[in-house]
Design a protein around this ligand. Sequence first.
Ligand code: 6PG
Length: 244
Amino acid sequence: MDRLIKIFPTPFEVAEYLAIEIINHINRNALNKHQVTIALSGGNTPATLFSVLGSHFDSSANWTNVHFFWVDERCVPPENPESNYGMTRKALLDKIKIPSHNIHRIRGEANPSSEASRYSREISSFTGSRNGLPAFDIILLGLGEDGHVASVFPGNEKLFESENKCKVTFHPVTRQKRITLTGKVINNSGRIIFMVTGKNKAEIVSNILSPGPKNKLYPASFVKPAYGTEEWYLDRESASFFKI
Ligand code: 6PG
């Protein structure tokens, strides 16, 4: 399956386009009463998207038809500024009418290994499944400057072969514990959406999207849809080293 790559002048225009994409996806599925499962990433990039959705599209979709999950979470309580869930709650969840049981956060305050097991069970009970693995309708990914995706950092590429749905990992610099989806679950999603912006991502975007023969592989290099689509939404700055 070829990659879809769209480039926009600014991060805001990336966020606006993606917000409309997601709203249309939700509304298309609402017609046949399909509950849409969306796994969200954290970090700074998606915050713009969540703000656009929360401020301009809060009443554009039937949110009762949506179940939000997380791709990964820092092992901190929700009120900690590092919390991916906490950031999403402020930017989006507090601004839309969505039942609390439709929000499936990773409990960053819990014991990491028990939470990884609990969250794996929660994912399985709410998402569709394909090839015996949970299948999210949409998974929203960012890209680290080191090529990490979710909280699969360089050196942990074996997590793309793991039979576990979630694993505990460590940030390589801060040693902060994380809980992350593993690669097979990521690749099992219907739509794998990368949202990447900023000059600081230009080199890694080029390494991932147009690897030279000698280019080393990064965790993001292992993102390959098992059956769905791989879509990249970039701003001009993050795409500035990449020649389509
Ligand atoms: C996280 C994310 C992580 C993020 C990248 C990019 O928990 O931080 O899931 O994978 O997408 O680190 O982060 P920025 O968008 O902040 O550059």
